[in-house]
Design a protein around this ligand. Structure first.
Ligand SMILES: *Cc1c(COP(=O)(O)O)cnc(C)c1O
Length: 431
């Protein structure tokens, strides 16, 4: 049984049986080898040899899981606008086209077409970001975690960053403000308490060793009750730069007390950092806007080479910023935020036509993705009293992701592209 020559014909035969799944042959061979080896080890222990049919079934399960794990589109009908698991913000058509156009061939990514010589990848989007936000300067990196790391490394290595104990937060598991600070070489100077920090706490901590005050929006949770934290304006008067990580990049609109790019800059933040793919509605990116002298220090730091954005991010972000400079009308996240409950109800009524057990109920959509915690947007949900349906919808092509609550499936069309309504309708009708 341990003779390797005896394994091969069996593997070949199994691979033949699984060819119809359409996966590349080396992937099938690899999965079959692993399953056969594992079964062989087990057989040695239990003295029971699985039948070929059993082996094929185990391999098929494994390969179906592999097939499902290939990156592909899903329809998100949960009503959560931004979910890191589901790829955060969908891109506008303009952004999508820009990516396709730039990615297909060569580009002037780092080529100066005027002088015919080496150029700079940081000139395509940054001037538009500055024009949009009114900031002196801007810089784009790979994501917001990279932006915060770079700011700390470039401006505060060996110096102190003053931060409230209420803002030493963790976002999405691996991004913890104290850890990022430690990696950057900056020294953490904690002030205040978890629930209350005052201007005088910051004032006492600021010294000639202070690089800047870091203000971090606690994106994914909310401290309620006996709380206090000073305004950006008040911190701006303490004589050191204020760096504000606002997280989601909300711009030009108000949602509860979610900080905005424009608001943070107007309040006097020296630098504002945010993600490109949260409420800003663009691709994954980390964006820093603010004082030109500080941005210049980021530009020359060696870490920037490791954190720089690629041409597809820049293409998508450029198109997204251009949309904002016009009217932001084609940014999906903006459209989803603006859709009224009545509009969603109208679409929902069409989707459930002819489906006996479906009904419409009032509910709430969530912005998600670490923004506006605890604030819902009124919406209309499709309710179907069949919790098993969630799994079947997830197994469809394209997969449809829904909410399950109290034994019911809840579908919120706010996060569904209206052109996909008919896919949802037919998945429900044919369940
Ligand atoms: C989401 C978030 C980050 C991390 O941003 P990424 O773009 O995911 O790297 C950092 N800070 C705040 C406040 C956030 O909300």
């Amino acid at each position: 049984m341990t003779d390797p020559r005896r394994k091969l014909p069996q593997v070949d035969r199994l691979v033949g049986e699984l060819d119809h799944l359409g996966l590349p042959r080396p992937v099938v061979v690899d999965a079959v080898r692993r399953v056969v080896d594992a079964q062989r080890r087990r057989a040695r222990r239990t003295k029971q040899v699985p039948s070929e049919d059993e082996l094929i079934a185990v391999c098929r399960d494994e390969l179906i899981r592999t097939h499902r794990s290939v990156l592909r589109p899903v329809i998100t009908a949960t009503g959560v606008l931004l979910h890191t698991y589901l790829g955060r913000a969908p891109l506008s058509h303009g952004a999508f086209d820009a990516v396709a156009t730039v990615a297909r061939g060569y580009s002037n990514l780092e080529f100066d077409l005027t002088g015919g010589r080496r150029g700079d990848r940081f000139v395509h989007v940054e001037p538009m970001l500055a024009a949009l936000t009114g900031a002196e300067a801007a810089l784009v990196v790979n994501n917001n975690a990279a932006a915060v790391l770079l700011v700390c490394a470039a401006l505060a290595s060996g110096k102190e960053v003053v931060i409230s104990r209420g803002e030493l937060i963790e976002i999405g598991g691996s991004f913890r403000i104290p850890d990022v600070l430690a990696q950057s070489g900056a020294l953490l100077r904690e002030v205040g308490t978890t629930n209350r920090t005052h201007v005088r706490d910051y004032e006492r901590a600021v010294s000639e060793n202070t690089a800047f005050i870091l203000k971090v929006h606690p994106s994914n949770y909310r401290v309620v009750g006996f709380t206090a934290s000073p305004s950006t304006e008040a911190l701006g008067k303490l004589g050191v730069p204020v760096v504000y990580d606002i997280g989601s990049g909300l711009f030009g609109r108000t949602i509860a007390d979610e900080p905005t790019i424009d608001g943070a800059l107007a309040a006097g933040a020296s630098l504002v950092c945010f993600s490109g793919d949260k409420l800003f509605g663009g691709p994954q990116a980390g964006i820093v806007v603010g004082r030109a002298d500080l941005v210049a220090a980021l530009r020359t730091h060696p870490l920037l080479r490791a954190l720089r954005p690629d041409k597809m991010q820049l293409a998508a972000l450029g198109a997204t910023v251009e949309s904002y400079l016009r009217d932001a009308g084609d940014i999906p996240v903006a459209r989803m935020l603006d859709a009224g409950s009545g509009e969603i109800a109208g679409r929902a009524r069409k989707v459930i036509r002819g489906i006996d057990d479906a009904s419409l109920v009032d509910g709430e959509s969530m912005t998600g993705g670490g923004s506006v915690p605890g604030e819902g947007i009124a919406t209309t949900l499709i309710a179907i009293p069949d919790a098993k349906l969630a799994e079947r919808l997830r197994d469809g092509d394209p997969p449809i992701i829904v909410r399950v609550e109290k034994g019911r499936v809840l579908i919120d069309l706010r996060t569904v592209d209206p052109r996909d309504d008919k896919i949802v309708a037919s998945a429900l009708a044919n369940r």
